[in-house]
Design a protein around this ligand. Sequence first.
Ligand code: NAP
Ligand code: ZN
Length: 359
Amino acid sequence: MAKSPETEHPIKSFGWAAYDTSGVLSPFNFSRRATGENDVQFKVLYCGICHSDLHMLKNEWGNSKYPIVPGHEIVGVVTEVGSNVEKVKIGDKVGVGVLVGSCQKCENCTNDLEQYCPSHIATYSTTYYDGTTTYGGYSNLMVTDQHFVVRWPENLPAEAAPLLCAGITTYSPLKYFGLDKPGLNIGVVGLGGLGHMAVKFAKAFGCKVTVISTSVNKKDEAIERLGADSFLLSRDPEQLQAAASTLDGIIDTVSADHPILPLLNILKPHGKLVVVGAPPKPLELPVFPIIMGRKIVGGSIIGGMKETQEMLDFAAKHNIIPDVEIVAMDYVNTALERLLKSDVKYRFALDVGETLKAD
Ligand code: NAP
Ligand code: ZN
C-alpha cells in the first residue's frame, strides 16, 4: 500500500494545502525527505503568492496533483546541509523558485537553461525522482537539492521572495530578447506581480516604460511610485491608437484571456511581443500585423539557476525590491480571492516564518 503524505518521509512537516478544484486551502500535515548529501534543508521565512498558484489550485492548466501545497517564491534560513553541500551553510539565507529538479544532462541543462529541460521538476504538484509529490513553500520547511537553491544576497530583505518567480520571469526575457538596452521603449501589459517587476527591471536597464493596464486606479502609482514613463488604458481604443507603432518590445503578463491585436499595433515594425502570462485558453494571433511589420511573438518561462542568481545579485546591487503586502498564513484564502480581482499592490508575501502554526 502506498504511504500517506504524512508517513512517506521521515521529517514531519506542515503547511496549507488545497484538496480539490475549489482551490480552498486548509492546514495540512505531511513529511519531507531526510536531508540527502546534496540537499539543503531550510526553515521557510516568506513565500510569495504567484498567480500560477491560483491557476494550479483550480487545475486551470489541467496538470494539478492534489493535495497541493503551493508556493514557489520561497526564502528561508538554512537548518541543515548534506555532506556535499558547499554553496551554503547553516544559518545562511537561501531562496528556491519554481524548479527543484532537472536532468542536468540535456542540451538545455548544460547551457544553464534548466527551465527548458523536458524533464524539469516543479517545486510543487509534480512527481519527484523518489515517486512522491513535491510540496511548495506554503509550509514550515523545505528540503531541496543544492543546485536549485540560490544564495540570498545579504542586503535583500527576506520578504523580497517574489524575485524568485515574478522577478526572474521578467528579467530573463528582457535580457534574452534584447529589450534591456538604454533608450528602448518597452511596454508592460498587466500591472500585477510580474508586471511591476518588469517595470522595475526595464527602468533599471535604462528603458522608457509604458504600462498597459485595465485598471485606471493604478495609473498614478505606476508613474509616481514605480517610475513608469507613461500609462495606457488597454480598454480605451483612442489611447491605443495614439500610441500606434511606438514600442520596441512588450512583456505581456496578463493571466486571463485578452486581445493581442491592440498590442501588436502599438509595436514598431520589427518589434517583439513576449508573452509570459499563462492564460488557460489560447490567445488569438492575428497574422497580418506580424507579417506586415516583421514582428515577433515569443514566450519565456522563469530563468535558469545561474541567471536567477545573477538577477538576485543585480536586484541587490540596484535596490530592486518587489512591492509586497505581507500577510499571515491564515489570510491566504482571502489573499487568493483578492489576487483574482487584481486587488494587490503588487504581490502578497506570506509571513510563513512568524505566522504558520502546527495544526
Ligand atoms: P497577477 O499579479 O494577477 O497580475 C496579472 C495582471 O494581469 C493583473 O494585475 C491585471 O493587471 C491583468 N489582468 C488580469 N485579468 C485581466 C484581463 N481579463 N484582461 C486584461 N488584463 C488582465 O499575476 P502574476 O502573478 O503577475 O502572473 C501573471 C501571469 O503570468 C499568470 O498567468 C501566471 O500564471 C503567469 N506566470 C508565468 C510565468 C512564466 O514563467 N512564464 C511565471 C510566473 C507567472 P491590470 O490591473 O494592470 O490590468
Ligand atoms: Zn510564479
